[in-house]
Design a protein around this ligand. Structure first.
Ligand SMILES: Cc1cc2nc3c(=O)[nH]c(=O)nc-3n(C[C@H](O)[C@H](O)[C@H](O)COP(=O)(O)OP(=O)(O)OC[C@H]3O[C@@H](n4cnc5c(N)ncnc54)[C@H](O)[C@@H]3O)c2cc1C
Length: 365
C-alpha cells in the first residue's frame, strides 16, 4: 500500500491486489522508526491518529531493573519525525481507504509471467491483470518470489513466541513508552500503541511454541515465570484468543530481486526475523525508493538493477542485525547477560544518542 500511494503521488497509475478481504484477523502492532514514519507521513498517512509516538524505550536487564532509557522521541524529532508504535490493522485500514478504488481485494495472486512488453499477474478464480511492471510486495511467503526463485526457501531458526494487542494499559505502563525485558533465553516487550491500547510480546531464544496447538496463555506464563510485574499484568489481562503465535524465519542474500518486468520488495525480497524491529521500515523505504526511481523514467532493467544495488546491502544488514539481536538480548549465558547489562548501564549519554540515531535513521552498512 505504501508503494501504491507513492506511485500515485508521482503520477504513476497502479493497482494494488490484496489477498484478503479483511484487514488482519489477528491483532498485532509494531514499531515504525522515524525514517519510515516520515515516508508514510509524506504520503499523507495521519500517523498521530493510528499510532502513539514513542518517547522512551526503557530496557530492563537480567535481574529486572532498568539498565538504560533510550531517548527515542527527542532523537527522532531531531531527524524530522517521531517514531511510532502502530496498531497494524488501523494503519492498514487507513492506507486502504486512502488507496480507494486502486485497492482490489480479495484478490489472491497465484502466478506471474511476461509477454512482450506486458507483465501479467494471474489470480485465484481465473482472473488476471496486466501492466508495465509487477511488483511483488506479498510478504515472507511471496508467490512472486516463487516465480523468480522457485528454489528459495525461508530459513526457520528455531525461535518463536507470542504477541498480543490489548484494549487497555496494565498498571505501570506509561504513555509513549516501550519497556523491553532482556532475560536469559527470553526477550519480551510491552508498549503503548495509542488509542488506549498496548501491545506485548514474549520471544524465546532457541524454542518455538507448539504452532499446531491453539495458543494458550498458560504456555506464556510457563515460558516467562518471573515476568516483570507490569508485563505480568498485561499477560494476565490477555485471553487465549487474543494471542498470536510467531515463529522466526528469514531469507538472506537473495539475488536478483527482479527479472524482466517482475520485481520484488520488502519481505518478498528480503524476509527478516523480527528481532531488529525493522522489516516493515525497510519495506516502506524500499517502496518509496522504487517509486522515486520509476518516476525518473529510465530504462527498466537499469532502474531495477539500481534499485536492488541501493536497497540490498541495507536489507541484508538488517537481517544480520536481527539474527544477532536475539542472542544479544536473550542470551542463555548468564555471563554474557551480566556483561551486556554492565555495558548498557554505563553507556555515556552521547554514545546512547548515537545508538538511538542508528535506529531512528536508516543507516547504510
Ligand atoms: C512478531 C513480529 C514483529 C515485528 N515487529 C516489527 C517492528 O516492530 N518493526 C518493523 O519494522 N518490522 C517488524 N516486523 C517485520 C515486519 O512485520 C515485516 O518485515 C513487514 O510486515 C514486511 O512488509 P511487507 O509489506 O514486505 O510484507 P507483509 O507485511 O507481509 O505484507 C504482504 C501483503 O501481501 C498480501 N499477500 C500475500 N500473499 C499474497 C498474494 N498471493 N496475493 C495478494 N496479496 C498477497 C498479504 O495479505 C499482505 O497484506 C515484525 C515481524 C513479526 C513477525
Amino acid at each position: 500500500m505504501t508503494l501504491g500511494l507513492a506511485l500515485r503521488q508521482r503520477g504513476i497509475e497502479c493497482v494494488v491486489h490484496e489477498k484478503y478481504g479483511h484487514y488482519q484477523s489477528h491483532r498485532t502492532a509494531f514499531l515504525i522508526w522515524s525514517y519510515a514514519a516520515a515516508e508514510l507521513a509524506n504520503l499523507g498517512v495521519p500517523m498521530a491518529s493510528v499510532a502513539a509516538p514513542l518517547e522512551v524505550l526503557e530496557v530492563h536487564g537480567r535481574k529486572g531493573s532498568t539498565i538504560c532509557q533510550m531517548p527515542v522521541g527527542r532523537i527522532s524529532r531531531a531527524h524530522g519525525c517521531d517514531s511510532y508504535e502502530v496498531n497494524r490493522k488501523r494503519l492498514a485500514q487507513t492506507m486502504g481507504d486512502m488507496l480507494g478504488d486502486a485497492l482490489v481485494r480479495p484478490s489472491c495472486c497465484i502466478g506471474a509471467a511476461v509477454d512482450g512488453d506486458r507483465a501479467i499477474a494471474q489470480f485465484e478464480g481465473g482472473g488476471s491483470d496486466a501492466g508495465d511492471l509487477i511488483v511483488g510486495c506479498d510478504g515472507a511467503h511471496s508467490v512472486i518470489r516463487k516465480v523468480l526463485h522457485p528454489e528459495a526457501d525461508l530459513e526457520l531458526f528455531g525461535s518463536g513466541g507470542w504477541i498480543a494487542v490489548l484494549d487497555e494499559h496494565p498498571p505501570g505502563l506509561e504513555p509513549n513508552r516501550q519497556m523491553e525485558f532482556w532475560q536469559p533465553g527470553i526477550k519480551a516487550g510491552l508498549a503503548d500503541i495509542g488509542n488506549g491500547e498496548c501491545r506485548w510480546y514474549v520471544a524465546m531464544n532457541g524454542t518455538v511454541p507448539d504452532m499446531k496447538a491453539p495458543p494458550s496463555i498458560d504456555d506464556v506464563r510457563a515460558a516467562i515465570p518471573n515476568a516483570h510485574p507490569t508485563l505480568q499484568a498485561a499477560i494476565d489481562a490477555t485471553s487465549d484468543d487474543q494471542l498470536v503465535l510467531t515463529q522466526a524465519s528469514d531469507l538472506l542474500a537473495l539475488d536478483p530481486w527482479f527479472d524482466n518486468r517482475i520485481v520484488m520488495l520488502g519481505d518478498a525480497a528480503h524476509a527478516t526475523s523480527p528481532y531488529a524491529g525493522m522489516g516493515a521500515c525497510t519495506a516502506i523505504r524500499d517502496a518509496v525508493v522504487l517509486a522515486d526511481m520509476l518516476a525518473e523514467d529510465g530504462e527498466l532493467t537499469t532502474t531495477l538493477q539500481a534499485f536492488q544495488d541501493r536497497r540490498k546491502p541495507i536489507s541484508d544488514a538488517v537481517i544480520k542485525q536481527s539474527r544477532n539481536g536475539l542472542d544479544m538480548s536473550a542470551s542463555h549465558s548468564r555471563f554474557k547477560a551480566w556483561l551486556r547489562d554492565m555495558k548498557f548501564s554505563h553507556i555515556p549519554d552521547k554514545a546512547m544518542e548515537g545508538i538511538v540515531e542508528s535506529l531512528v535513521c536508516e543507516e547504510s552498512p
